[in-house]
Design a protein around this ligand. Structure first.
Ligand SMILES: [Zn+2]
Length: 345
C-alpha cells in the first residue's frame, strides 16, 4: 500500500512510499482510509517526537475515516461499514478506561504517535476503536473531526461545561482546535470572542460564529476584552498558544473565571501569576483529546448538520509535504484536509 512514512526526523524524512499492508491482529479491524487531516501533533512527530514512545520508521497521521475491509467474524463491525477511527488504542482495564475517561488511559497507544497511523491506504486498530459514521456525513468532513473537533468538544464541555449565555475567549483563531471551539461554543449558545493576527482572520472567525474579536498584533487583548464585557471579563478562556498569550488570557478572565489549555505552541512555561490566580480565584485545567462518548456526541452534531467543519485547504496523500507547509502558513484558517483513498463523499 501507499503510505507517508517517517523514516527520519524533519520534512525530508517523511516520504510517500510503498509498504506492506498492515497485518491484522486478532480483535483488530482494518480500515481502508478515505480521508484524514493534519494536526499540530503531526508536525511534532515529524520534527521532534520527544516524550512519545515509538520507533522509526512509523506511518504518521492521527485522524482517519474510511470503511472497514476486514475484521473478526464475531466483531460488531462489518465489511463496508463507514467509520471514524478513535485514534487512542485504550486498554479498557485501567481505572480511567473503566470510568469512560479513555484520554487518561495509562496504557494508551495512539495511531500516528505510538503506532502506525492513517496517512496510508489501510490502517489496523482494535475493533472497539471504530465509530460508525452518520450516513450523511462525507468522508472529507468527517476526516477533519477526530483530533481537532473532539479535542475542542472536551475542552468546552468536558470538565466544566460551557453554559448558554456564558462568555468565552478563544485565543489564536485560525488553528483547527480554535476554529472548532468557535463553532461549538456558538452552537452551545455562548457569546464568543476571539484573538487573531489579522483583520482577514477576524472576518473568517466571525463568519465561523464569533461575535467579536481582537487583533492581538495591534491591540492589547485584555483591555479590549474588558471593554467588550463592560469591565467584567469572560467566563472562560481557551488557550492553546501558551507563553505568548498567557498573561493577557489571565487578565481577560472575570473573577472566578476558568482557563483551559490544550497546547503550548509558543512555549510551555509562562509566568504562573499565582497572586492573580488566588486573589481573583481563577481556575486552570488542561485537556487533551476526547472520550469515546465525547467523540460520539460530536459525530452526532456533525451528522445532523448542526456543525459543519471549516476546511482551509485540501491535499492528496502524494502532496503531504505541501500539506504540512500549509498547516504552518500564517494565514491558514481551519483544517488542512487530506484525501487518502480518492473518495471524499
Ligand atoms: Zn486504560
Amino acid at each position: 500500500m501507499k503510505a507517508a512514512v517517517l523514516e527520519a526526523r524533519g520534512a525530508e524524512g517523511l516520504k510517500v512510499i510503498d509498504v506492506p499492508d498492515p497485518v491484522r491482529a486478532p480483535g483488530e479491524a482494518v480500515m481502508k482510509v478515505h480521508a484524514s487531516s493534519l494536526n499540530r501533533v503531526d508536525i511534532y512527530m515529524r520534527d521532534v517526537g520527544q516524550g512519545i514512545s515509538h520507533a522509526l520508521p512509523i506511518i504518521l497521521g492521527v485522524d482517519g475515516v474510511g470503511e472497514i475491509v476486514e475484521c473478526d467474524r464475531e466483531s460488531p463491525l462489518r465489511a463496508g461499514q463507514r467509520v471514524m477511527l478513535f485514534a487512542t488504542n485504550f486498554c479498557r482495564r485501567c481505572d480511567y478506561c473503566l470510568s469512560g475517561d479513555q484520554p487518561l488511559c495509562i496504557h494508551a497507544r495512539i495511531a500516528g504517535e505510538h503506532r502506525n497511523g492513517c496517512y496510508a491506504e489501510y490502517v489496523s486498530m482494535p475493533d472497539y476503536c471504530f465509530l460508525s459514521l452518520p450516513d450523511n456525513l462525507s468522508y472529507e468532513h468527517a476526516g477533519v473531526l477526530p483530533a481537532a473537533y473532539v479535542t475542542a468538544y472536551r475542552m468546552l464541555f468536558g470538565k466544566r461545561c460551557l453554559e448558554p449565555g456564558e462568555t468565552v475567549l478563544v485565543v489564536g483563531a485560525g488553528g483547527g482546535v480554535a476554529v472548532a471551539c468557535i463553532q461549538l461554543a456558538k452552537l452551545a449558545g455562548a457569546h464568543v470572542f476571539v484573538t487573531t493576527s489579522s483583520s482577514e482572520k477576524l472576518k473568517k472567525a466571525i463568519a465561523a460564529g464569533a461575535d467579536d474579536g481582537v487583533d492581538y498584533t495591534s491591540e492589547a487583548v485584555s483591555a479590549r476584552i474588558l471593554e467588550l464585557t463592560a469591565g467584567r471579563g469572560v467566563d472562560m478562556v481557551v488557550d492553546s498558544v501558551g507563553e505568548a498569550s498567557w498573561s493577557e488570557s489571565l487578565r481577560s478572565l472575570r473573577r472566578g473565571g476558568r482557563i483551559v489549555t490544550c497546547g503550548a505552541t509558543t512555549g510551555g512555561n509562562p509566568s504562573a501569576e499565582l497572586q492573580r490566580m488566588f486573589i481573583r480565584q481563577l481556575e486552570l485545567y488542561g485537556s487533551t483529546g476526547g472520550s469515546l462518548n465525547e467523540a460520539r456526541k460530536l459525530l452526532s452534531l456533525a451528522g445532523s448538520r448542526e456543525i459543519e467543519p471549516v476546511i482551509d485547504s485540501r491535499f492528496s496523500l502524494d502532496e503531504i509535504g505541501a500539506a504540512f507547509e500549509r498547516l504552518q502558513a500564517p494565514d491558514r484558517f481551519g483544517k488542512v484536509a487530506l484525501c487518502v483513498g480518492g473518495q471524499t463523499g
